[in-house]
Design a protein around this ligand. Structure first.
Ligand SMILES: NC(=O)c1ccc[n+]([C@@H]2O[C@H](COP(=O)([O-])OP(=O)(O)OC[C@H]3O[C@@H](n4cnc5c(N)ncnc54)[C@H](O)[C@@H]3O)[C@@H](O)[C@H]2O)c1
Length: 392
């Protein structure tokens, strides 16, 4: 397993050669002996845009995956990726894909608003599903997807996988060991100047929360426990934008979000995300030096260095050792784009994944609760939960 963090920006990695990316992530899933018989999960990938450039090398190099088909409603994209990644079949829509070469596992990398419907189609057709975020457009619809999956003995997972990183594990262990004393407060932030390639990020059902805050909300609920209630203020800072696929568009969802989460027991956290944040490092996780998650308690402080999707270490100061010291600086094979490969490994071997659909649904409910809070000016109760603490 590589011990170095995969130091490539999400967007520039997307533009980089798939071959180069393949080398970088080739060993990112659990190593297996060359002699061991391997079950490869027949996998179809839908959505061949930017993020597919990061997922496909991870999938095609995973010993538990056989990518048998690709699909995109922009057929040129599916064809190009099929040629680049040597995938035998490609289709121009989900119907053709489902009627085409058989597969067992769908990886959904389409526009955020398309996930729910395509995840449903796949589950109804008997496929396991890995979905980019969000897993659905509402908690109720997401819960129905999970019911369908459970009834058919299928698995359903959703990005992101921040709880899988060794830095998350380190932070969770410090909290469990009581190093921070009585935990009081946390702050997390993630932003940049906004994607410029696709309009869906700014259309109804898009916004900075399901694209960016989703990482911090996953991490903070994973560390501090499920949220009981949410209060939020949201705004649109840039009402019009120019994007590659649709030209000049009106921005319909928030591009500036502030959320307060009450985790119970007096613990309050704050998440901010936005598409108007000057950031000299942009999407480049390797350049980010700031603490993007900070947690403080009566006897300690902990700061996550870099983004939670590409963390670079954890700084810790406690009453016993008050000088800030850096820990957990190795990636240990973790890369943010390996979620679907880890899910395939779980399907093939029964290995346990720390990522759960219940957690993804809880994060989705927090995002929709934040929208309701901003619209009504009220705090909103959160109904869903997930198994916590996470057994890192
Ligand atoms: N780009 C990144 O760096 C990145 C990183 C992490 C997560 N994500 C997430 O990945 C998802 C996709 O983002 P992206 O940046 O790749 O967007 P994109 O616009 O580059 O790609 C989306 C692709 O999905 C295709 N598509 C849309 N609806 C479809 C349908 N019904 N059937 C088949 N194909 C369909 C589009 O034609 C497009 O090619 C989003 O949920 C995003 O939040 C993106």
């Amino acid at each position: 397993m590589p011990t170095q963090l995969h130091r490539v920006s999400r967007r520039s990695f997307g533009k980089a050669s798939v071959i180069a990316g393949a080398v970088a992530v080739a060993n990112s899933t659990q190593a297996v002996s060359d002699d061991a018989p391997r079950k490869r999960i027949r996998t179809g990938v839908i959505g061949c845009g930017s993020v597919s450039n990061s997922y496909l090398p991870s999938l095609t190099n995973c010993p538990f995956v056989e990518v048998v088909s690709l699909c995109d409603i922009k057929p040129d994209r599916a064809r190009r990726q099929a040629e680049k990644c040597r995938v035998a079949n490609h289709y121009p829509n989900v119907d053709a894909m489902l009627q085409g070469v058989p597969f067992d596992f769908l990886v959904n990398l389409t526009d955020m608003q398309e996930h729910e419907g395509l995840n449903r189609r796949a589950l109804e057709a008997g496929k396991h599903v890995w979905s980019e975020k969000p897993i659905a457009n509402s908690l109720a619809a997401g819960q129905k997807l999970l019911e369908t999956a459970n009834a058919k003995k299928l698995r359903l997972w959703g990005a992101p996988i921040t709880v899988v990183s060794p830095q998350f594990a380190f932070m969770a262990r410090q909290l469990a060991a009581g190093k921070l004393g009585r935990v009081a407060a946390a702050h997390a932030h993630y932003g940049h100047e906004g994607p410029n390639w696709s309009a869906f990020f700014y259309e109804k059902g898009g916004g900075s929360m399901p694209d960016l805050a989703v990482y911090n909300i996953t991490s903070l609920t994973g560390l501090l426990g499920p949220a009981k209630r949410v209060a939020a203020m949201l705004s649109i800072v840039t009402p019009e934008r120019t994007v590659e696929d649709k030209g000049r568009i009106r921005v319909a969802e928030e591009d500036n979000a502030m959320l307060l989460l009450d985790h119970g027991g007096g613990v309050i956290s704050h998440v901010q995300s936005g598409f108007n944040y000057f950031n000299p490092h942009g999407h480049d996780g390797s350049g980010e030096e700031r603490h993007t998650i900070a947690i403080v308690g009566s006897t300690g402080y902990m700061g996550l260095v870099g983004y939670d999707w590409a963390p670079r270490g954890v700084d810790l100061a406690t009453v016993q050792e008050p000088k800030l010291a850096r820990h957990a600086t190795e990636a240990q094979g973790y890369v943010w784009q390996q979620g679907a490969a880890l899910a395939a490994e779980s399907l093939a071997t029964g290995s346990k994944l720390l990522v759960t659909p219940e957690h993804a649904l809880h994060v989705l409910e927090i995002i929709t609760a934040a929208r309701e809070s901003a619209a009504t000016g009220r705090r909103v109760e959160v109904k869903s939960s997930f198994a916590w603490p996470i057994a890192v």
